[in-house]
Design a protein around this ligand. Sequence first.
Ligand SMILES: Cc1cc2nc3c(=O)[nH]c(=O)nc-3n(C[C@H](O)[C@H](O)[C@H](O)COP(=O)(O)O)c2cc1C
Length: 173
Amino acid sequence: MSNITLVTYASRAGSTAGVAQAVAHTLKDRGIAVEVCPMRDVQDITRYRAVVAGSAVRMSQWLPEGMAFVEHHRQQLLQKPFAAFVVCLAMAAKSEKGLEKVTAAAYLQPVRTLVPTVSEGLFAGVLDLSKLPLMYRIPFRLATLSGIFKEGDYRDWNTIHQWANDLLPKLVV
Ligand SMILES: Cc1cc2nc3c(=O)[nH]c(=O)nc-3n(C[C@H](O)[C@H](O)[C@H](O)COP(=O)(O)O)c2cc1C
């Protein structure tokens, strides 16, 4: 086994890819050897010391290739430190009781049922209507007009870097 940590992601419109790159950047800055790769391109995880995997959320779920990754590599993942994160709009809504965290953590339930996580990152994502296929652009446009959502980039880079920083000792076991 190498000393490399895999940071892998499932993204449709690019915001989760950006979060994965930021996590990898922080780990690299702290001296960790890291490879970043979309989940779809990962063949074999045997050689990685640890795995950090994150997905965008659609319809309250990790993207299909995200779940397929965890299912396919489950036996290997069970033998390594495994951290997971979600990128979603639920986290963009800040409530006094922190209900957004409960919602976002629930998106990870199917993942942690398959493989226990050493840490979970819950991150706000992006709503950019111009990047959505037409079939989604119309309902999301209606949702913005009715005030349910507001377009914007809600990624909080400090929170993301802090999570990656705190992750470090959990990946080195
Ligand atoms: C069709 C669609 C469904 C979505 N469903 C959810 C959802 O159920 N819960 C949520 O919090 N965010 C949801 N989102 C918001 C995305 O998770 C958010 O825009 C994220 O940043 C997208 O990541 P990506 O740019 O990597 O694809 C949805 C977005 C789209 C386009």
